[in-house]
Write a protein that binds this ligand. Structure first.
Ligand SMILES: *[C@@H]1O[C@H](CO)[C@@H](O)[C@H](O)[C@H]1NC(C)=O
Ligand SMILES: *[C@@H]1O[C@H](CO)[C@@H](O)[C@H](O)[C@H]1NC(C)=O
Ligand SMILES: [Cu+2]
Length: 248
């Protein structure tokens, strides 16, 4: 929402489950795997927007990993093979803005971790497999909204070892990120993390995610990619998090 703090507080009361976007389905090499919410996607409660280190006392926010229901396994797994082209689709139940509000501009990052059946996945278990920031003329979320109908493509590493995994994709709208969230509670980037359960078979790879990235420790309010003003001219955008995992 592109509003000041007071209005935001009022709006929070009126906000419905459809105010923000959620991940709805996955395609494997272009093949639709069907509606995935609560089936193979650990879909969040409501719209699933989370903030960084909301719980300042602990300096942790377990929802930053796989969102508010990240600790509850869902019944299905998407079957895929190393190197497959995956497409995650985001959808918002609003006929006027079926993907995401156009104000919500920012990067889209994708991570992988070994499957977990319990806990929120908020430890040092993640490796980054894809990222898109600002590629002129569009932000990643803008490209997804304007040009691809909510679809975000990336590939599973060719060298990935067979096994069960969680693949986490997050949208990070930066429309309020010109002020830091730890300084002003209603500001800072918005995070929409969503985790998909995968069963990967085939290939001859042996690479197991080993970047050991922990969102609570690795993402900071002061990261140049989070403390960033998209409303003034800029030349480059520094993508947050680790580099892409060199899956070996
Ligand atoms: C710290 O986090 C844990 C786990 O999420 C939670 O149960 C606990 O209440 C939190 N402690 C404080 C002081 O917020
Ligand atoms: C995307 O669409 C919005 C609203 O329709 C528009 O304001 C914006 O300029 C578009 N962005 C690009 C890169 O086409
Ligand atoms: Cu918003």
């Amino acid at each position: 929402m592109l509003l000041n703090g007071a209005l935001l507080a009022l709006l929070a009361l009126a906000t419905t489950a459809s105010a923000h976007t959620t991940m709805s389905r996955v395609f494997v090499n272009g093949v639709d795997q069907g509606e995935g919410k609560n089936k193979y996607i650990r879909s969040p409660v409501n719209d699933g927007q989370v903030q960084l280190q909301l719980d300042k006392k602990n300096n942790t926010a377990p929802f930053i990993a796989c969102n508010s229901k990240g600790d509850i396994a869902v019944p299905q797994f998407v079957k895929a093979s190393p190197g497959d082209k995956l497409t995650f689709q985001w959808f918002r139940e609003d006929p006027k803005e079926p993907v995401i509000d156009p104000s919500h501009k920012g990067p889209i990052l994708t991570y992988i971790a070994p499957f977990f059946a319990t806990g929120f996945g908020d430890g040092p278990i993640w490796s980054k497999i894809a990222e898109e920031g600002f590629v002129s003329p569009a932000w990643a979320t803008e490209r997804m909204r304007n040009f691809t109908g909510g679809m975000v493509d990336f590939n599973l590493p060719k060298t990935l070892a067979p096994g069960k995994y969680m693949v986490r994709q997050e949208l990070i709208p930066l429309h309020l990120a010109d002020r830091r969230g730890d300084i002003e509670k209603t500001r800072g980037p918005e995070f929409y993390p969503s985790c998909v359960q995968f069963d990967v078979a085939g290939g001859s790879g042996t690479a197991v995610p080993n970047q050991n990235f922990d969102f609570n420790k690795g993402y900071k309010f002061t990261d140049p990619g989070f403390d960033f003003n998209i409303h003034i001219p800029f030349t480059t955008y520094p993508i947050p998090g680790p580099p892409i995992w060199d899956a070996k």
